[in-house]
Design a binder for this molecule. Structure first.
Ligand code: 5BU
Length: 258
């Protein structure tokens, strides 16, 4: 198995390269899903947990008191603590709509999010719409496709997942990987797998969420564990984040020796 560093050398997308190098340098494959609904709490948690993570995953549209200082604040914290920002926007529309949703509106996502994700259900046009914005901005940005989901009964399986992998392979300039439950494709080291639905204790969560442990998803070939409530709902979020960080990194080292 290749190390994160070795894989970084194989990426043509600069965000993918930067992310894999960052993971290797900082020794953390933990992404924190900071699903809180106020600006103060969001920035406070990003500052506190920032040193432990490679990626901060946001749902910017759940922040009730949003104003542009939220995203400038997040960008400053990303610099301070050396993490990338992933807006979990799950674009799903035709290219020309997605182009506007990504670049404009209230959130102007392309200006501050290094990474966004998209449903492949819309077909090639969705990647083309996102690519158009990225090229116009001239910034380093990456897109993840939803190859699988963590919720019980989801429809991203079988042929749909296979076609999503093909879409990623055909768009290596902007697509840097997947939301998946493990490694989706072998021998494509530039494609990075991000896995949500992770908790120290496996089991069913609320509203059909399903949880696996850091050890099991890393053994299944994922690259980045996404943890939300396991951290932000804890009495001591920093202490919990350190536990997930250690578990994720140890599981990676175990995989390297296999
Ligand atoms: P949790 O609190 O650890 O369950 O949060 C998981 C986060 O990952 C949350 O922000 C979801 O929106 C996100 N997520 C997910 O749980 N499952 C998926 O398949 C995808 C995203 Br895609």
């Amino acid at each position: 198995m290749l190390t994160y560093w070795q894989r970084a050398q194989k990426c043509q997308n600069r965000t993918a390269k930067k992310l894999l190098q960052l993971i290797d340098n900082k020794k953390t494959n933990l992404a924190f899903g900071v699903d809180v609904t106020t600006k103060d709490k969001l920035l406070e948690l990003a500052d506190k947990i920032g040193p432990e993570i490679c990626v901060l995953k946001t749902h910017i549209d759940i922040v009730e008191d949003f104003d542009p200082s939220v995203t400038t604040g997040l960008s400053e914290l990303a610099q301070k603590h050396n993490f990338l920002i992933f807006e979990d926007r799950k674009f799903a529309d035709i290219g020309q709509t997605v182009e506007k949703q990504y670049s404009g509106g209230v959130y102007k996502i392309v200006d501050w999010a290094d990474i966004v994700n998209a449903h492949s259900v819309a077909g090639q046009g969705i990647v083309d719409g996102l690519r158009k914005v990225i090229i116009e901005k001239g910034s380093d940005r990456g897109v993840l496709l939803l190859g699988e989901m963590s919720s019980a009964g989801n429809l991203a399986t079988g042929e749909y997942t296979k076609k999503t992998v093909e879409m990623a392979q055909a768009n290596q300039d902007v697509v840097i990987g997947f939301i998946s439950m493990g490694e989706l494709v072998e021998n494509e080291p530039y494609l990075i797998n991000f896995t949500p639905g992770v908790k120290l204790q496996a089991g069913d969560g609320e509203l059909k969420q399903q949880y696996n442990t850091p050890e099991s998803v890393m053994a299944g070939g994922t690259d980045i564990i996404i943890v939300g409530g396991g951290i932000y709902k804890a009495d001591d979020p920093l202490a919990e984040a350190k536990k997930y960080r250690t578990a994720g990194w140890q599981a990676y080292q175990t995989r390297l020796t296999m």
